[in-house]
Write a protein that binds this ligand. Structure first.
Ligand SMILES: [Zn+2]
Length: 105
């Protein structure tokens, strides 16, 4: 049941501000800041790829996204289609929005 309570839910677009604030809070709760690099190291669930993952719910649809993708949504805004979020710092567990870059695919 832990999994269910872990979902950050967005009911509709008008709720977008609150949703992003909740997602920001969750990312901060589940990450530890590394003093030397400034990286926010994800402590939550991991995907097979070794990247962090979490569930988000947008308009009733639950999606599993990478932690860095969720961080981009929370702090920087929606990820454009055909783009991937990658860490410029090279740490695949980093969710610091200042370290995130968009990569066109
Ligand atoms: Zn980083």
């Amino acid at each position: 049941m832990d999994d269910c309570t872990n979902i950050v839910t967005m009911t509709d677009h008008s709720d977008s501000y609150t949703y992003r604030a909740r997602l920001q809070q969750k990312l901060k709760q589940q990450a530890i800041t590394q003093d030397d690099t400034g990286c926010w190291i994800w402590q939550g669930q991991l995907a097979n790829s070794g990247h962090g993952k979490l569930k988000i719910q947008v308009e009733g649809v639950v999606k599993v996204v990478s932690a860095e993708h969720a961080s981009h949504i929370a702090f920087l805004g929606e990820v454009p289609t055909r783009h991937l979020v990658k860490q410029g710092c090279g740490n695949r567990l980093c969710v610091n929005p200042e370290h995130l870059e968009l990569l066109e695919i």
